[in-house]
Design a protein around this ligand. Structure first.
Ligand SMILES: [Zn+2]
Length: 270
């Protein structure tokens, strides 16, 4: 599942292996995979431009290109990018192929077909993807317990739903939110206003630990070079309904909070 550790892993790989190289051309295999502009225009506009950088904003990958354009990619649930020899057979889940130099391709893949790319000026991309409304990034050094307390203040609804709201805090996906609340020992149904300062500090520490551990293990998916990440088995509660809590042995409970699958220990998450 593509959450921030997986997206950040790919962004770092892009910096190492793609930034500085030209995109010779693009081929859109699934028209729906391009949010804007129209696929033929997308293919024409991206061709011949050098990739200048790779950045992450929440789960968006932003690649500024030569000539003032930005290529944006979002993996949704299961998407990824793969750098492969151009001659290698394309997987059926290939949505877009960017031809690079040195006979290599950058491929946008998604077995569900939900991953999306977009292209425009930096301002246009920021506006159409509503990047200005995103909250502080959970991996940013400026994200402190005080910032979390301030972001949670006056927010209504269950803590889980508030943590997933990217306008409150950017960078926490469904899996990492469940794992963070388990690590902090906090019930996902709590109202944010009910959290004491020590609980907010614990939650802040847990969010950082879950994200950084996922990143150190290079996520749960394949990286840009197709090598599997090592974080796959590091789950304590997510999708472990009915299995014993690693801390207290109580069966992990499942419920839906604003439509999102939520997993927690009913005994040690208070
Ligand atoms: Zn427990």
């Amino acid at each position: 599942m593509a959450e921030v550790p997986e997206v950040e892993t790919i962004v770092r790989d892009l910096r190492a292996a793609v930034v500085g190289r030209p995109i010779a051309g693009a081929q859109v295999l699934l028209p729906d995979a391009v949010r804007f502009p129209a696929p033929p225009e997308f293919e024409a506009m991206v061709a011949g431009r050098v990739v200048l950088a790779a950045e992450r904003r929440a789960k968006h990958i932003l690649m500024p290109l030569e000539g003032g354009l930005t290529l944006a990619v979002h993996f949704m649930l299961w998407g990824t990018l793969l750098l492969a020899p151009a001659a290698r057979r394309r997987a059926p889940e290939t949505l877009i192929v960017f031809a690079l130099d040195r006979d290599e391709d950058l491929r946008l893949l998604d077995k569900l077909g939900y991953a999306r790319a977009a292209l425009g000026t930096a301002g246009e991309v920021a506006e159409r993807l509503d990047l200005a409304s995103l909250g502080p990034d959970a991996l940013d050094l400026s994200f402190t317990p005080e910032v979390l307390a301030e972001r949670l203040a006056r927010r209504r609804g269950a803590l889980k739903a508030v943590l997933l709201n990217q306008k409150v805090l950017a960078g926490l996906g469904n899996r990492d939110a469940d794992e963070s609340m388990w690590l902090a020992g906090i019930d996902p149904r709590r109202a944010p206003v009910s959290l004491a300062p020590d609980e907010i500090a614990r939650l802040h520490g847990a969010i950082g630990e879950v994200l950084r551990e996922g990143l150190e293990l290079r996520g749960t998916q394949a990286d840009l070079f197709g090598r599997p990440g090592q974080a796959r088995h590091r789950r304590n509660v997510f999708e472990r309904t009915g299995q014993p809590c690693p801390r207290c042995g109580t069966p992990i409970a499942h419920l839906r909070i604003t439509g999102r699958n939520t997993h927690f220990c009913p005994h040690c998450q208070r």
